[in-house]
Design a protein around this ligand. Structure first.
Ligand SMILES: Cc1cc2nc3c(=O)[nH]c(=O)nc-3n(C[C@H](O)[C@H](O)[C@H](O)COP(=O)(O)O)c2cc1C
Length: 185
């Protein structure tokens, strides 16, 4: 079975509705490891080799976090800065992530209409994806279409259930498409 690493970054998990519900989708998979960065590193002192070892074990890497200022929360950005190191993730000899799949799963406070010209955020969310996408691509990863849940914090129970059903279906498709060590052997 392909292995999944979920890098979870929510600064206030006790107040989370959407990310918490989406996290439960991944918790249901026996071949998935979840690392909650704000639990592991409340002081932002990331243990780089532990993170790199977790990445090395994975075929599919999920970045699971709320959108903060059109990007990822600060600790996940810091994780990129620290863990995706020269000579390991890119540059000479830096091929540790090559061929692994990268999937950005996020919740946005804004609705889809907010992400239209004239809406609160003026631009489609796809305009804000490029830095994360190119980070993954620069490290030789295979970029999967992001899963962005819009307007999540005002979801009803039924909308939240639809969100997690959709995520679970996408996750099943991505897992089925991943090469694994066993399949390659
Ligand atoms: C510091 C901060 C920045 C935020 N920036 C954005 C943003 O740029 N775009 C957006 O749509 N929502 C933004 N939000 C709203 C969060 O994305 C939203 O509350 C969260 O995704 C809801 O998920 P949760 O229930 O798991 O917390 C921001 C929230 C905070 C606290």
């Amino acid at each position: 079975m392909p292995r999944t690493l979920v890098v979870h970054a929510h600064p206030r998990p006790s107040q989370s509705l959407v990310i918490k519900a989406m996290q439960a989708v991944f918790e249901g998979d026996a071949h998935t490891e979840i690392r909650s960065l704000y639990d592991l590193y409340p002081d932002f002192d990331i243990h780089v080799s532990s993170e790199q070892q977790a990445l090395a074990r994975a075929d599919l890497v999920v970045w699971l976090a709320p959108i903060h200022w059109y990007s990822v929360p600060a600790l996940l950005k810091h994780w990129f800065d620290q863990v995706l190191a020269h000579g390991w993730a890119f540059g000479p000899g830096g091929d540790a992530l090559r061929g692994k799949a990268a999937w950005w799963v996020a919740s946005a406070g804004g609705s889809m209409n907010d992400y239209l010209p004239g809406g609160a955020h003026q631009r489609p969310f796809t305009d804000f994806v490029a830095p994360i996408e190119q980070t993954a691509r620069f490290c030789g990863m295979r970029w999967l279409p992001p899963h962005i849940e819009y307007g999540g914090h005002s979801h009803t129970g039924a909308q939240l259930a639809a969100c997690t059903d959709d995520l679970a279906a996408q996750f099943a498709r991505h897992r089925a498409a991943q090469p694994s060590d066993q399949a390659a052997a």
